[in-house]
Design a protein around this ligand. Sequence first.
Ligand code: 5GP
Ligand code: MN
Length: 279
Amino acid sequence: FREFKVKNETFFKFLDSISHTYKADVPYHNWVHATDVCQFITYSIKTAKLEQKFTKLELFGLLVAAICHDASHEGFTNAFNVKAETPLGILFKNQSVMETHHCSVAIEILAKEECNIFDALDSAKLKEIWNMIISLILMTDMIKHNDFIAKVNEMLTKGSMDYKNPEHRLILMQLILKCADISNVSRPFEIANKWCDVLCEEFFRQGDLEKTKGMEYTSPLNDRAHLDKPKSQIGFYTFVCLPLYQTTAKAIPMLKVNAEQVSSNLAIWKKETESKNSK
Ligand code: 5GP
Ligand code: MN
């Protein structure tokens, strides 16, 4: 607050406004998820001593991106919005539908004078922080996941990340926000399992709607009658989470502990399927 001359009142008005865009009746993508993601960013900054590597402006951008990254989420995926031709799906059909919307909502709130925590930034810094926030939020679209991880791994085979290179710095921040976004898988198993249940419920509600609309399920995860939870988690951990956490551990070695927790949770999911199959 001292660094960027943020007034307490402005900060709380910003926080109050952004929190109200999150919907309490959405099972997963609600304010608790936003604060959880933000908490993981703070934890990463402390654990990996990121304040020694990144500028204060970058850390500010990362935290603001985290708290805004799912603003005004309705509980429906990009695929649903496009296929069901919702207004957002029509408007942003050729891009990351919800992530573009989350950015727009953040922009609108920060444009209000009483919420503008960027008030004291000069125009160069303002451009810099908005470029960061928008690049960070847009990279949370999971459709980009595999290409992004492949690109980072290709860079890492050529050597470690270069903190003097602005492109590398942005990639490191994108990795951290992506880890934070799915950080429920790196929490102790009981907590990871609870998060999984609320996300499943959100997918099921979308599936119910798809059914009543006479659409096909946009994902097998949306079918409440047939989901094999441990099996779907094993797939998600193996093909999505571990590659992300292991790549992040290569790029930022002090964050290896998270990859280890994901591996140990995966082992528990595997045990659960084994005991299910042997019954
Ligand atoms: P978000 O929409 O929260 O910005 O990005 C996270 C996305 O990761 C979720 O929407 C969801 O698609 C995916 N995700 C997070 N946790 C899980 C999980 O436990 N299982 C599956 N299949 N996907 C998940
Ligand atoms: Mn999210």
